[in-house]
Design a protein around this ligand. Structure first.
Ligand code: ZN
Length: 507
């Protein structure tokens, strides 16, 4: 009877102890102590690695070094794309498992969520003409280069950005794409296809610019579109791709969502801001834009609209919990209170803000007021790097410098990139290691020199500078294994990206 009750259980990771709570390990087979109904004959051994097509039914990620959750000392159980249970100290899964992953070398975080990026900008990292400039001159140097973007360049760039994010422990990506030169009207479609190939959860924002220099805006004519084209394409993308909150995908909740994202007060008309808000409300999607990034923007709003950026935002119908804003640096105390009352989210972008010397987001005050604070690497032309785990450290350092060593800890910075980011994009099913949440995990090892001698594994990830995940899971599927993206031809991708970047840089 005992033999018939035994089920094949694949042990992933390092060799495990020979005895554990769920049963006795013998040659890779656990004789199950939970007596789940057995198949007629002992099951064949499943493949050793889960692939994208091979969704594990019930997996115990067992005995991690640490996890960012209370009561998960012995790990967590994944089932049907979600976290089924946490396994506490001295415990075992409540029911039998199909597979065990030995996490004895890993620290487990909820999958990190990047809430602001411009993927195409990976083509203009450390761009000579844009070096050492603040935001407005920096943008003016880059707009003409970006106007040469084409489908091949975008496809390479977005894959580079998402691969870089995934390898840093990011499981949900957000992109703000607002450059649609002639011939690239299908930019968001290209992005969605690339995200699907990598297995990432994604929120794509349909960005827009319709206020060019001739009408008093900052961008040149060659990179703007008219409002009718923008709104029609926004509606098309929502209808075609947006999975509403609560959609069950087999990988937890929605894998692809769409939001609307007029670019900034200095590149979009007031009418388009208002019409975008109305369309978002009608279609039940979220709204995103850049706001309060620089003093130049304050001056622009004072001159053009006769008010501060947040007043302008409110006038356009945007001060709501449907909205999250990139940067959010230059707010008064009263404005912070208004943002908190409205539940408007802020995406903190510490590296970009330091590169462009824009200022420091008042993250603790915003959180205290009730505004969600998330984290974003921002576009790779200002932050140059799409590593979200490094961005956690950047947030930790910058916020600590401004607010003091006792006010900001490593858990605060990790919260921005997980629960805070999830709140910014309206996803209460993401950002936490808890039963019912999506099985989105970022798992880091502490085997490198940089961690040698650490005392606290979670603090070590932030303080010692973790930057590359060993394992990443999205909706129950491994998308990063042993520090690589299986199936991604990296040399070929880097070659495509190099050739695309050179083509764009040519006048
Ligand atoms: Zn940005």
């Amino acid at each position: 009877m005992q033999d018939c009750a035994a089920r094949a259980v694949v042990i992933l990771g390092r060799p495990t102890a020979r005895v554990h709570k769920a049963g006795v390990i013998k040659a890779g087979v656990i004789k199950d102590c939970h007596h789940r109904p057995a198949p007629p004959e002992c099951a064949p051994t499943p493949p050793l690695k889960a692939s994208h097509e091979d969704l594990i039914m019930r997996l115990w990620i067992k005995d991690p070094i640490a996890a960012l959750a209370a009561g998960a000392e012995r790990g967590l159980v994944i089932e049907n794309g979600r976290i089924a249970e946490l396994v506490g100290s001295g415990g075992a899964p409540r029911a039998a498992v199909d597979q065990i992953f030995d996490a004895g070398r890993h620290v487990i975080l909820p999958g990190l969520i990047n809430t602001h990026h411009h993927f195409y900008q990976t083509l203009t990292r450390a761009f000579p003409a844009a070096l050492d400039k603040p935001l407005f001159p920096w943008l003016k140097a880059l707009y003409p280069v970006w106007s040469r973007l084409d489908g091949e360049a975008l496809s390479a760039a977005v894959t580079v950005a998402m691969a870089e994010l995934a390898l840093s422990g990011c499981t949900t990506v957000v992109d703000h794409h607002y450059v649609f030169p002639a011939g690239l009207q299908n930019a968001i479609d290209i992005e969605i296809e690339a995200a699907g190939q990598l297995g990432l959860r994604a929120l794509f924002t349909r960005g827009s610019m319709n206020l060019s220099v001739k009408d008093g805006g900052l961008p040149p004519d060659c990179v703007v579109q008219d409002a009718d084209t923008i709104l029609a394409d926004s509606e098309r993308l929502i209808r075609r791709y947006h999975q509403p909150d609560g959609t069950e995908t087999g990988s937890g909740g929605p894998m692809v969502q769409i939001a609307l994202a007029p670019c900034s007060p200095f590149s979009v008309t007031r009418e388009l801001m208002r019409d975008s808000a109305l369309l978002a409300e009608r279609q039940g999607v979220r709204l995103h834009t850049h706001l309060a990034e620089t003093e130049d923007e304050n001056d622009f709003c004072a001159e053009r609209f006769g008010c501060r950026p947040l007043d302008y935002l409110e006038d356009c119908g945007w001060l709501s919990d449907r909205v999250w804003l990139a940067h959010g640096i230059h707010f008064t105390d009263d404005e912070i209170a208004r943002l908190g009352r409205a539940g408007t989210g802020i995406c903190h972008c510490p590296s970009s803000n330091q590169v462009l010397a824009s200022g420091i987001c008042p993250a603790p005050a915003l959180e205290a007021a009730g505004a969600p604070v998330g984290l974003g690497v921002d576009g790779s032309a200002s932050a140059d790097c799409s590593n979200l785990m490094q961005e956690v450290r950047a947030a930790f350092l910058l916020q600590r410098l401004r607010h003091g060593a006792e006010a900001i800890g490593h858990r605060d910075a990790l919260r921005y990139a997980t629960r805070g980011s999830a709140r910014c994009i309206g996803r209460d099913d993401l950002g936490e290691l808890a039963p019912g949440r999506a099985a989105d995990l970022a798992m880091f090892t502490l085997d490198e020199l940089r961690f040698a001698g650490h005392g606290d594994p979670l603090a070590a990830l932030v303080l010692c500078g973790a930057h590359r995940a060993d394992r990443v899971m999205v909706g129950g599927r491994w998308i990063v294994e042993d520090g690589v993206l299986p199936g991604l031809n990296l040399p070929a991708l880097l070659d495509r990206q190099r050739r695309s970047a050179e083509r764009l840089a040519m006048e």
